[in-house]
Design a protein around this ligand. Sequence first.
Ligand SMILES: Cc1cc2nc3c(=O)[nH]c(=O)nc-3n(C[C@H](O)[C@H](O)[C@H](O)COP(=O)(O)OP(=O)(O)OC[C@H]3O[C@@H](n4cnc5c(N)ncnc54)[C@H](O)[C@@H]3O)c2cc1C
Length: 382
Amino acid sequence: MDADTFAAFIEQLNRFVRERLVAAEARLEALNRVPDDVFDEMREMGLFGISIPEAYGGAGMNVSQYIETIRTLSWAAPGFRAIMSINTGMVCSALVKSGTEAQRAHWLPKIAGDAIASFGLTEPGSGSDSAGLQTTAVREGDHYILNGTKRYITNAPFAHIALIMARTSKDNLPKNAHISAFLMPMDTSGVSVGKPDKKMGQSGSQIADIIMDNVRVPVDNVLGGEEGKGFQVAMQSLNNGRLSVAAAATGYARRILDSALRYANERKAFGEPIVNFQLIQAMLADSEAEIYAAECMLADACRRADAGENILTKAASTKMFASEMCGRVADRCVQIHGGAGYLAEYQAERFFRDSRVYRIYEGTTQIMQLVIAKQMLREFAG
Ligand SMILES: Cc1cc2nc3c(=O)[nH]c(=O)nc-3n(C[C@H](O)[C@H](O)[C@H](O)COP(=O)(O)OP(=O)(O)OC[C@H]3O[C@@H](n4cnc5c(N)ncnc54)[C@H](O)[C@@H]3O)c2cc1C
């Protein structure tokens, strides 16, 4: 997207976030889903297709623009990002990088438009150890038969399509070539969705199991038209997903700090606003500096991605830092609120619960540490 159009879009989005999304947060929470009128407005703004190339009906944003959009959107409650995050993040990235031309032409306009997507990697027995997944895909003529369960799948209750990672070989092959990726319409016979899980935070975003019982998927739906590329697809898509989580955490941290600063100005103790106390100022200053650091990391990682660099460790570092940072900022916000910070009546409590998952999904902090260290050791060994 050209720079002027993008600047105008961000200005419009900023207004939309503050005037419409923040105002709709109570309804998001009460309904535990994005209200239909807000969902329609998000779609009309083209938010579901921001990262999808223009040729396929999207806005054609580069990585920097896409991530700035997510950061801007994430001033509002995280449930609003979640409903479009899989379309614009992992599934779009997988199709653009690894889909065949026919697959891109068929699926990208759908996910830029009115189809909600899910990404199915995690299973009851495998999360961090994603290559250990047990869902099977067995070829039978011009179809594959899928059997297995995917767990904690974002948007599963609303999804129209899912990108499912399944094993096409019983053995764990070198470079994880036992895994393939399948584009699976959710209305295929044999697909069912479990009851949405009750979560700690992030109301409005729903996760559930996707259960596959002898699901027949045409061979044309193997991503990239080839077996054995699924793990690579998943890992490449996660780079993009990790930057999106980092942007979400950074954008939300700005909102949380704003709330802490407002409260510190309003609340009085010992006859004066608590913001006058230097120990309160220290918490505000630490938060400001850490948010700025995450913003700089995001900008650098995105610039490198747009320049075609492999950003595996930069995306992992940024995701790890931004998600941990958001947790610290949310914790300080509770502290600055004192007793009020522990009450559901104030937003600080919700911020604290909402921000916790950024350190867990799309690779836990420990897995990010392993990704970064592995690359360091490889480079050290020459
Ligand atoms: C709200 C939410 C939404 C999600 N959405 C999706 C989705 O859309 N699609 C999807 O596929 N998945 C999704 N997930 C799953 C998520 O990505 C996994 O929960 C996450 O990757 C961790 O896997 P796990 O839960 O199996 O934990 P485990 O892998 O069991 O890890 C448990 C603990 O052990 C640590 N650990 C594991 N291995 C190591 C190691 N080698 N060294 C050191 N420590 C280790 C972990 O860091 C963690 O602290 C979602 C999860 C949540 C909570």
